[in-house]
Design a protein around this ligand. Structure first.
Ligand SMILES: Cc1cc2nc3c(=O)[nH]c(=O)nc-3n(C[C@H](O)[C@H](O)[C@H](O)COP(=O)(O)OP(=O)(O)OC[C@H]3O[C@@H](n4cnc5c(N)ncnc54)[C@H](O)[C@@H]3O)c2cc1C
Ligand code: FES
Length: 243
């Protein structure tokens, strides 16, 4: 277990903050760390950035509420990185995020853009990265500004239509994007129903897909069995699984 001091606390949207620590980690996008607050609980959170280390936290219950209550200068305990992250594959990739699932996808987008595609082909090709994110309303969308700063094509979906376009789910945007052809890899992180829909659309389009799943976790390292899902341990074999 390590601890670090909170260097900054950025409000991303009404329910989400990003805490940046005075610490770094050798981690890849899709991996997670267990965050601990003494006397309260310990829960898994995706690594939103490794250098410096940051976490993006959506307020839903007691533990995430307590993390939201932390201020610059407070101390946070953590262990990790754990799990299998996203492989850096594909030349024209679509990243699909729902809710705070966009947090590891921003880290992934940065790594994909920094690592040219085409290893083994003898020629490095700049990847083309497009991102589709969804939320209930425009105010709930996570990181639209940060994705725009990366220069990626951004597709927004809101259930009430407040971000423009037809109201709907992010997977409503994914179908037409994939059927237009041109993508060779899909990455997704978000609620399980969204992942299942994205996997089905990728399968139909013949596109490889890597999906980050959630599960209730206690140990985070493959000992307790609490994260078992269809005979696999999400903390050890995942959280990223090939569809
Ligand atoms: C691999 C992994 C990575 C994760 N990464 C992140 C991350 O980057 N950021 C983050 O904020 N959380 C992340 N989580 C979820 C996090 O671990 C906690 O489960 C979450 O913060 C809720 O804990 P809590 O104690 O605040 O609420 P709980 O007491 O567990 O939940 C309170 C209520 O909210 C509901 N609820 C729980 N989660 C959600 C949700 N996502 N949306 C809507 N309702 C919900 C519960 O069903 C319950 O009714 C991740 C989980 C896993 C397994
Ligand atoms: S959380 Fe204990 S085995 Fe996965």
């Amino acid at each position: 277990m390590r601890s670090a001091v909170i260097l900054s606390r950025a409000v991303e949207n009404p329910r989400t903050v990003t805490l940046t620590l005075d610490s770094s980690m050798d981690a890849c996008p899709g991996q997670f760390a267990m965050l601990w607050l003494p006397g309260l609980d310990e829960k898994p959170f995706s690594i939103a950035g490794a250098r410096p280390l940051s976490f993006t936290i959506c307020r839903v219950g007691a533990f995430s509420e307590a993390l939201h209550g932390l201020s610059v200068g407070d101390r946070l305990w953590y262990r990790g990185p754990f799990g299998r992250g996203f492989p850096l594959e594909g030349g024209r990739v679509l990243l699909v995020g729902g809710g705070y699932g966009a947090a590891p996808l921003h880290f992934l987008a940065r790594e994909l853009l920094a690592a040219p595609a085409g290893p083994g082909t003898g020629r490095a090709v700049q990847r083309r990265v497009e991102v589709a994110i969804g939320a209930r309303t425009e105010a709930d969308l996570l990181f639209p500004g940060r994705f725009r700063k990366l220069g990626v094509a951004l597709h927004l979906a809101t259930e009430d239509g407040s971000a423009g376009g037809a109201p709907g789910l992010v997977t409503d945007r994914v179908g037409p994007l994939l059927s237009g052809g041109g993508f060779d890899h899909l990455y997704a992180c978000g609620p399980e129903a969204m992942l299942d829909a994205a996997a089905a659309l990728a399968g139909k389009a013949g596109v490889a897909a890597d999906l980050s799943y959630e599960a209730y976790m206690r140990c985070g390292i493959g000992i307790c069995g609490s994260c078992e899902h269809s005979t696999r341990l999400v903390c050890l074999d995942g959280p990223v699984f090939r569809a």
